[in-house]
Design a binder for this molecule. Structure first.
Ligand SMILES: Cc1cc2nc3c(=O)[nH]c(=O)nc-3n(C[C@H](O)[C@H](O)[C@H](O)COP(=O)(O)OP(=O)(O)OC[C@H]3O[C@@H](n4cnc5c(N)ncnc54)[C@H](O)[C@@H]3O)c2cc1C
Length: 200
């Protein structure tokens, strides 16, 4: 049983995982089981080249970020379980949260974060009721979002990144993942607003 399972290993999913992982020393995060289905094959980062992102050296490729993000997560926060080589097929509500079926396994989680990008090719059973045309992209591109209120689709089901309705910029997608992580941490912290900062 996961406390949080993130679906999608792109900009939003990995940012969410890093911020959740970074709370590891906080008492309210003790014993929490965090996982990420680290599917990256269809990430928009695969072909991207970044010159306009603060903090990224100009010329950084999305392909590098995909690899480097996984290494950063496993080196700094190895307690965050990275589930490789699996693709989510359904997210079904259960009495304890959600059951997530992949092409290989099934997982249970109290909370799920969907961060699978905004292409209309997404075909995850259980999400159909929330899919609508994307509110901030060109109609002819046929992008979608999961209708949400501040990233919350329904109780304990979050969406992050472009699929949350944001425009496609790396910083926006990453920030959306980080926002969802701090919302979850705030709940774990009994409703007390929470952020995780390291300092020198
Ligand atoms: C060619 C190109 C150039 C770009 N250049 C720039 C730029 O210069 N500056 C800038 O700011 N932004 C740029 N972007 C945009 C940036 O890459 C996106 O905004 C960002 O990647 C969106 O993040 P995301 O997490 O929403 O989606 P993604 O990064 O696409 O991540 C979605 C993840 O979900 C996974 N997934 C999909 N389906 C499933 C499933 N069923 N189960 C599990 N996982 C699944 C995918 O494999 C992927 O890893 C560019 C994009 C492209 C395509």
């Amino acid at each position: 049983m996961f406390d949080v399972l993130i679906v999608g290993g792109g900009a939003a999913g990995m940012s969410c995982a890093l911020v959740l992982g970074s709370a590891k020393l906080k008492p309210f995060a003790e014993g929490k089981r965090i996982g990420i289905v680290m599917h990256q094959r269809t990430s928009h980062l695969q072909n991207a080249l970044f010159n306009n992102v603060l903090g990224l050296a100009p010329g950084t490729t999305g392909a590098f970020i995909l690899e480097d993000g996984k290494v950063q997560l496993s080196h700094l926060y190895p307690h965050v379980e990275q589930i490789e080589k699996e693709k989510v097929k359904s997210i079904i509500k259960s009495s304890e949260g959600f059951v997530i079926h992949t092409n290989k396994n099934s997982y249970s989680s109290s909370t799920v974060v969907v961060a699978v990008g905004y292409t209309n090719l997404v075909n995850i059973k259980g999400l159909e009721a929330y899919i609508e045309p994307h509110p901030r992209s060109m109609l002819e591109k046929d992008r979608i979002w999961l209708k949400n209120d501040n990233h919350l689709v329904e109780e304990n089901l979050y969406v992050a990144g472009t699929m949350a309705g944001w425009r496609s910029q790396f910083a926006i997608a990453s920030g959306s993942g980080a926002q969802v992580a701090t919302d979850i941490l705030t709940i774990w912290n009994g409703g007390k607003h929470t952020k995780i900062h390291d300092k020198i």
